[in-house]
Design a protein around this ligand. Structure first.
Ligand SMILES: [Zn+2]
Length: 125
């Protein structure tokens, strides 16, 4: 049974995670402006009770399952690590969007790695 207080608790953590995801998307956008169009198709999902996946790309949209990230949120002030986690997950799906038929093969991996490198270069500067 939900009480008002634990609903607020869940909402609070969810909005923190949304903020971290926004931060990650902004960093990706700054690093790789050509991905803008794809970043507009990133949506927040909350698949309550299901932490078996972090995100998916359905051929059109990228959906991030915020629920899967709740256990990682231990502090009220999320660490830089969480931003990096979201960067990894979002770029993973962006690579699928760019290479729809590549699966997790070498082409997809090279594409994903390339995005991560560009983001890292931006973060270093
Ligand atoms: Zn994948």
């Amino acid at each position: 049974m939900f009480t008002k207080s634990n609903l607020t608790y869940i909402d609070g953590r969810t909005s923190i995670l949304r903020g971290v995801l926004d931060k990650a998307c902004t960093i990706i956008q700054k690093s790789i402006p050509s991905l803008n169009v794809f970043l507009e198709e990133v949506y927040v999902g909350y698949d309550g009770g299901n932490d078996s996946y972090e995100a998916f790309h359905d051929g059109e949209r990228i959906v991030i399952n915020i629920y899967a990230f709740l256990p990682k949120l231990v502090k009220k002030n999320p660490s830089q690590t969480m931003v990096h986690d979201f960067v990894t997950v979002v770029t993973h799906e962006l690579a699928h969007a760019l290479m729809p038929n590549a699966g997790h093969g070498p082409g997809w991996r090279a594409c994903h790695m390339n995005m991560i490198m560009q983001v890292m270069r931006t973060l270093e500067n």
